[in-house]
Ligand binder design. Structure first.
Ligand SMILES: C[S@@+](CC[C@H](N)C(=O)[O-])C[C@H]1O[C@@H](n2cnc3c(N)ncnc32)[C@H](O)[C@@H]1O
Length: 193
């Protein structure tokens, strides 16, 4: 088996690590939508005191686990099934991280995902959401506009979310926006807590 590979994940993992370095201390982290596992492998190596638990949909779990097995680390835990619409582990986490998932899931699933994140975060925990966002209903770049149209051609339920809507959903669960980090290629890393 070969694990699938994402060039985007390869390009953005370094800048994401630079931002996370300001926040991550020893603790338990749950990754939602870990995809190819490139972020999990890289970030677990970069932050050895963080116990990194990647989660994915069942159909992508074998490929993800294959990548994790090819780069084992003491703090890199086995992948678990994690779906926005499914059952989440009983455990709570110091950190919950997700990259490039909110524009893939339909809005009701993003809403459910945020509710689950809030329910599984320890007091004083942090949620990190990386990806492209709209601002006040507007695209922040031409490339994001083209990407949004491309997504909607695949599936009308997909699409870039307004940052204000995402913030309102988290705030509804008593998690406020602590920081907005501008990232390369017109992405952002939002920090909630
Ligand atoms: C664009 S990929 C991003 C993967 C990885 N985080 C990255 O940045 O390279 C979106 C991921 O979201 C996951 N996903 C989509 N819908 C989901 C759902 N309803 N519940 C859980 N994960 C979902 C997909 O399986 C996929 O791995």
């Amino acid at each position: 088996m070969t694990a699938s590979f994402s060039q985007a994940a390869e390009s953005n993992k370094g800048p994401i690590a630079e931002v996370l370095a300001h926040y991550l201390r020893a603790g338990d982290l749950l990754e939602f939508g870990a995809g190819t596992g490139q972020h999990a492998v890289w970030l677990a190596q970069r932050f050895p005191s963080v116990r990194w638990r990647p989660g994915e949909q069942p159909e992508n779990l074998p490929g993800l686990q294959h990548r994790l097995d090819s780069s084992p680390a003491d703090n890199l835990q086995a992948a678990i099934i994690l779906r926005a619409e499914g059952h989440w582990p009983e455990q709570q986490y110091d950190y919950i991280y997700t990259a490039n998932t909110f524009h893939i899931m339909a809005k009701p699933l993003v809403r459910r995902c945020i509710r689950q994140m809030a329910a599984h975060l320890r007091p004083d925990g942090r949620v990190f959401v990386y990806g492209p966002f709209n601002q006040a209903g507007n695209y922040t770049s031409d490339s994001n506009r083209r990407f949004d149209l491309h997504l909607k051609q695949r599936d009308l339920a997909m699409g870039l979310r307004d940052q204000e809507w995402v913030v309102a959903e988290f705030t509804g669960h008593r998690l406020g926006l602590l920081a907005t980090h501008e990232m390369p290629a017109n992405n952002r890393l939002l920090v909630f807590g």
